[in-house]
Design a protein around this ligand. Structure first.
Ligand SMILES: NC(=O)c1ccc[n+]([C@@H]2O[C@H](COP(=O)([O-])OP(=O)(O)OC[C@H]3O[C@@H](n4cnc5c(N)ncnc54)[C@H](O)[C@@H]3O)[C@@H](O)[C@H]2O)c1
Ligand SMILES: O=c1ccn([C@@H]2O[C@H](COP(=O)(O)OP(=O)(O)O[C@H]3O[C@H](CO)[C@@H](O)[C@H](O)[C@H]3O)[C@@H](O)[C@H]2O)c(=O)[nH]1
Length: 460
């Protein structure tokens, strides 16, 4: 088995940063260099002020502080880091394609292909190349073809090692993973990677499969997780019409050990950079094999999620006497879940866009998301001009400013601090009747009603 002394990770994002920091922490004898084409991102990772790291994750700054410039390095010198490493992780983004064949469905593999080509061009010694990005099943075949056709007689071994961390709990998940999955063809390469994980992960939790099972397991895990959310969200709509309470239904079914209690929280709809993209990709792959029933089955998870987001804003508008025109709506939360500054595919973006189209003005507070990010998320939708978005959406750094004179408060993210606010003061500062639309079911209905609010939760 090859002793790994130098690791390079291409992509200093939400996965590359935390994953490599944890590998470096647990393997002080290995030098880990994370590289990226984005110089600003690398500069932020190198910032002395740890509050300026490009990613907010509980516990991350401490590990970066402990390892940075000891055995963890951030750099833009991609070629040098590749050449000096025996093992290279590819942790670049694989977003949904926005052009050409497969537009809106397939994964865009241009970044991963560019990584493979750079490795092929630069490498002068044998390398183990690890797919850390989430990829369509059989991508390793294309990577192999690119690497093996360089004609420079270098041996490349390709492994699939998908990442299962969730944002907001990335460090906890990395330190105590349910399992580590390694797919590959070369036993020696597999064992070299397993050895790195064995420095903190129990051996029986490191599983080995063939390449294709590993690639497909990642898409399947996300499809199953998202499917649970869409399933409970589908039931939440029925609850609202029948007097059942979705929290009670979740608890009742979750205590069945065959079902399990996790991932049964009804919400305004799941967001994040992964679930939608990975299921669309799975649907695309199924269709490309002419498996239409399989594709339709998984596509329904997305259809249900889009319905849930739209249903939330429809209900808000309907309750506010069928119009929000000229009304101020306060949004608490913009991130796609608590404890992260990531906003990709956050339900808040789509709810805001719908409310703006109905001529509402929106005021937003999020403890970790910048005003610039909120505006750029809205501008990306291209529904209206940047100036219009800027004029209609007020982004504030104090939650009490967001709710002042608002007709309704919509809770979009389950940040813990929202529960502890002085809701009496909020009530007093709002227009009456004062409405709350709790997209995360985090507040207590009876308490809110006692204060005077008209309180609407999901599935109640
Ligand atoms: N975000 C998550 O929670 C999560 C969890 C598990 C798996 N994944 C998967 O991991 C992959 C990365 O996700 P992410 O959230 O870290 O993405 P990200 O956008 O935060 O980071 C990707 C980084 O790769 C860089 N990059 C792109 N092409 C490059 C190149 N050729 N050379 C050097 N750098 C390059 C980008 O500049 C960017 O900084 C995706 O495939 C995603 O599906 C993400
Ligand atoms: O019961 C639940 C659980 C989650 N959510 C929402 O679902 C979305 C995704 O949440 P979560 O899965 O916790 O975060 P991600 O960071 O998107 O992590 C998912 O996507 C990653 C990227 O592939 C995987 O690595 C993780 O295992 C997988 O959980 C968020 O909007 C949550 O608010 C709910 O609405 N109800």
């Amino acid at each position: 088995m090859k002793q790994i002394k130098n690791i390079c990770c291409i992509g200093a994002g939400y996965v590359g940063g935390p994953t490599m920091a944890v590998i470096a922490k647990n393997n002080p004898h290995i030098t880990v260099t994370i590289v990226d084409i984005n110089a600003d991102r690398i500069a932020a990772w190198n910032d002395k002020d740890l509050t300026k790291l490009p990613i907010y994750e509980p516990g991350l700054a401490d590990i970066v502080k402990e390892t940075r410039n000891k055995n963890l390095f951030f750099s833009t010198d991609i070629n040098k880091a590749i050449d000096q490493s025996e093992m290279i992780f590819m942790s670049v983004n694989t977003p949904t394609k926005t052009y050409g064949k497969g537009k809106g469905m397939a994964a865009d593999l241009k970044y991963i292909e560019l990584c493979a080509r750079t490795i092929a061009d630069v490498a002068t010694t044998d390398k183990i190349v690890v797919e850390k990005s989430t990829l369509p099943v059989r991508t390793a075949e294309a990577i192999k073809s690119i690497l093996h056709n360089t004609g420079n007689h270098i041996n490349f071994h390709i492994l699939s090692n998908p990442e299962f961390l969730a944002e907001g709990t990335a460090i906890k998940d990395l330190l105590n993973p349910d399992r580590v999955l390694i797919g590959g063809e070369s036993e020696e390469a597999i064992e070299s990677l397993a050895k790195i994980y064995e420095s903190w992960v129990p051996k029986n939790q490191i599983i080995r499969t063939n390449l294709w099972s590993s690639e497909l397991s990642k898409l399947t895990a996300n499809a199953f997780l998202a499917q649970r959310i869409s399933s409970i969200n589908a039931i939440s709509e029925l609850c609202e019409l029948t007097g059942a309470n979705v929290n009670e239904v979740s608890k009742a079914i979750g205590m069945d050990s065959r079902i399990g209690s996790k991932f049964l929280k009804a919400s305004v709809g799941f967001g994040g950079s992964c679930f939608q993209k990975d299921i669309l990709n799975l649907v695309y792959i199924a269709r490309s094999y002419h498996l239409n029933e399989v594709a339709d089955y998984w596509e329904q998870v997305i259809i249900m999620n889009d319905h849930q987001k739209r249903r939330f804003s429809d209900r808000l508008i309907k309750t506010l006497y069928n119009t929000v025109s000229g009304k101020k709506i306060a949004l608490l939360g913009w991130a796609f879940k608590k404890d992260t500054n990531d906003t990709r595919e956050s339900a808040a973006i789509y709810v805001t866009d719908h409310l703006l189209s109905e001529q509402a003005t929106v005021s937003v507070y999020d403890p970790k998301v910048s005003s610039e990010k909120m505006q750029s998320d809205l501008n990306y939708l291209n529904t209206r001009t940047e100036d219009e978005n800027f004029n209609l959406v007020q982004t504030v750094s104090n939650p009490y400013d967001a709710v002042k004179n608002a007709h309704a408060v919509a809770i979009m993210t389950e940040w813990d601090e929202f529960i502890t606010y002085d809701w009496e003061i909020i009530y007093k500062s709002m227009k009456k009747p004062a409405f709350i639309f709790d997209g995360r079911n985090i507040l207590e209905k009876s308490k809110m009603e006692a204060i005077g609010f008209e309180y609407h939760a999901i599935g109640q």
